[in-house]
Design a protein around this ligand. Sequence first.
Ligand code: SAM
Length: 164
Amino acid sequence: MSKTAELRPNERTVDLAPATDATLRFIGTIRTPWTDREDCPRQGRLDGPECQLVLDPIWRDGLLGLDEYETIEVLYWLDKSRRDLIRQSPKSDGRTVGTFALRSPVRPNPIGTSMVKLLRIENGTLHVQGLDCLDGTPLIDIKPDRCAFTPKAPPKPGDRQVSS
Ligand code: SAM
């Protein structure tokens, strides 16, 4: 992707060396109705179109127990994003905001997260509502809704620690 083509007035970039410091394993692919970023919602909605998380077969056993949850958290790699913008102009009006004050897909590590409604699981494919990404977006991780989740492991002292 061209580094200069998409800059809006007053947006700023940083110079980046090629990223080599971490390796993610994509665990599957997300299927959605959207093939163009302009058509994608900015944030998914729980009554949005049904989408699928197609898990690579080796990870299927990792779904055991997930069907207890109505809502799950999905992490995905917004692979078509540039990664060097530090100030962005969401309204293209010359006014800018820091990248970390936005949920823009353009960020150093373009991780997207959504809380989605889990409709059903069939043969390693999760049918969900609530996504906002392009068809073919790589899937990074799936977790139960943190509000509904009670840790299965024994408590640790830090769990009860409060500010002094
Ligand atoms: N819900 C996530 C979050 O808050 O972390 C992502 C929000 S981001 C604003 C959603 C937008 O990212 C979409 O409207 C689309 O413009 C863009 N997008 C979706 N899939 C993408 C992809 N694979 N690569 C780059 N941009 C993508």
